[in-house]
Structure formats: C-alpha cells, structure tokens
Design a protein around this ligand. Structure first.
Ligand SMILES: Nc1ncnc2c1ncn2[C@@H]1O[C@H](COP(=O)(O)OP(=O)(O)O)[C@@H](O)[C@H]1O
Ligand SMILES: [Mg+2]
Length: 266
C-alpha cells in the first residue's frame, strides 16, 4: 500500500472550485475551508451508519490538507459520456440520493457547526443535504452511480431542495443551449417523474418540486454572485464564464415549460 503522508501527487481533474485537489496513493488531499470540521463530522456519521458511497475522513496531512479516501471509479466530466444520460442510470442515481438521505437523516450536527452559506428551501431544514450533486461529483463504477464526493456545499436543508439541485443538473432543468450535447434532446418531464418515482418522493413534495426549483434559481443566482464578489478564485471564474446567465436562462426555460413539466409530475 502507498504511504498516506508521502508519495506521488496526481492532479485530479473535474473540479471547479477547490484548487489543487490531488490523489496520493489511496488518498485524496484537498484544501480545507471553514466548513471542514462540520463536513468531517458528517462523513464520519455516514461511515458509522455503514453508508459506503462517500469518502472516509483519514485526517489532516503535514501541509494542512484534509485526507479523504480515494473512491475508485470515474466522475462524468463534460462532454458527458453516453451512460450519464441514460434513464436507468438516472433511476439508480435517485436510489443513491435516497440512500444518502436516509443515512444522513440520523446525523446530529455538532453544536456550533459552520456550514457554507447558500440558498435553501422555505421549509425548515430536515437533514444535511449534499447540495451539489453534479456529474463531476458522482463516482461511477462500470457506468453505474456508486458514490458521492465533494461535500463542501453540504448544509441543513430539505430532501426536496437537495433533489431540486440534483435534477437541475441531471434531468436537466436547463436551457437546451446550455446543456451538454447528449442532454439536448432528453424528455425532461419524463426524467423528472422517473427520478421522483425511483427516489420514492411523496405526492405533496412532488407537486412542490418545480416551485422549489424556481426558488432555488433565484437564490443560487444571488448566492453565486455574492461568492464570486467576496471570494474570487474559482467562483469568480465560473461567474465570468457565464454561470449567472445560465441560471437565468434555466429559470426562463423552466417557466416556459412549466405546464408540461407539472403535468408529468402529477
Ligand atoms: N474522494 C475522491 N475519490 C475519487 N475521486 C475524487 C475524490 N475527491 C475528488 N475526486 C476527483 O477530483 C475532482 C475534483 O475534486 P472535488 O472534490 O470535486 O473538487 P471541487 O471542489 O473543485 O469540485 C472530482 O471531480 C473527482 O474527479
Ligand atoms: Mg467537485
């Protein structure tokens, strides 16, 4: 086994925000933000309840970086591979999100836990959601969703808000001009229904999914702009690269297709 404290550093592609994520042997090293203690408590909880699809916390290395277990597999970087837009894969992803929510449901955050800011639902929080389940943050094995990584955006929220974030990227709820080529002709309404069915989402929450998505667009626009202004770095790069315009176009596309999508979710 390779040493956890020394060895060859291999750059890991696919991230937008954290600078210099590297693999060293069977570990990943990442710069820690202010929410790291809370995220580590969350990851330790997932380990204690036997949820396998998340990295384990292994400590802090000599450079002050967090050490997490490396999850073998691949993330679906853009342009997306064919498996990442398949309906059966979306159903399996919904199952993974459901298992994660059930596992995290018994987590009690440490007193004074600091999470990153960010938008949330109007309903009171019911669990700590991942809040960033993008194709780049899902580990696939043999084309099947296996685990979740990059819990930097985790925060108290509702199941439905975490689902809205997930389907924004995976259904996807996006203007066709901003979608990955393989996502352009997908039946988004059918895929929303499929995700909700596979997750086992109740009728009441299902009817709120589009409202929460609309709410989320408005709030993420404001939250991303604030982070780009205050933190710069990867957030500013994403903003300059048109992230705000993409959110606005997605919100307009949602409004324009609202009735058809709502019909699919009845
Ligand atoms: N624990 C892990 N196991 C396997 N791959 C990982 C792990 N953590 C990060 N990676 C890889 O590194 C990339 C960037 O890491 P990530 O934690 O998502 O950083 P960012 O905050 O920049 O998005 C991921 O998309 C993935 O390919
Ligand atoms: Mg990431």
């Amino acid at each position: 086994m390779l040493s956890r404290t020394a060895g060859l550093e291999i750059a890991l592609p696919g991230g937008d925000v954290t600078e210099g994520v590297v693999r060293v042997g069977d570990t990943v090293r990442r710069t820690m933000g202010r929410s790291a203690p809370a995220v580590h408590a969350l990851l330790r909880h997932l380990e204690s309840v036997g949820f396998e699809g998340a990295p384990r916390v292994l400590g802090v290395d000599e450079q002050g970086r967090e050490m997490l277990s490396y999850l073998p597999g691949e993330t679906a970087v853009r342009p997306l591979p064919a498996y990442a837009v398949r309906d059966d894969v979306l159903g399996e992803l919904a199952g993974l999100v459901r298992r994660f929510h059930d596992a995290v449901g018994t987590f009690r955050a440490p007193v004074g836990a600091v999470w990153v800011g960010g938008s949330s639902d109007d309903e009171g929080p019911e669990l700590v959601g991942h809040c960033d389940i993008t194709p780049e943050n899902v580990i696939f094995r043999d084309g099947r969703p296996w685990g979740l990584i990059d819990f930097d955006m985790a925060r108290p929220t509702t199941r439905l808000f975490d689902i809205a974030t997930t389907v924004r990227h995976w259904a996807p709820i996006a203007d066709p001009m901003d979608r990955d080529p393989r996502q352009r002709c997908l039946d988004v309404g059918g895929r929303l229904r499929l995700f909700c069915d596979a997750y086992g989402l109740g009728a009441k929450e299902r009817r709120r999914l589009l409202d929460v998505s609309r709410l989320r667009f408005g709030r993420s626009y404001a939250a991303m702009k604030a982070r780009a202004d205050s933190e710069g770095g990867g957030w500013a790069r994403m903003w300059e690269d048109g992230a705000g315009d993409r959110i606005r176009r997605a919100a307009a596309w949602l409004d324009a297709n609202w009735d058809e999508l709502a019909f699919c979710l009845r």
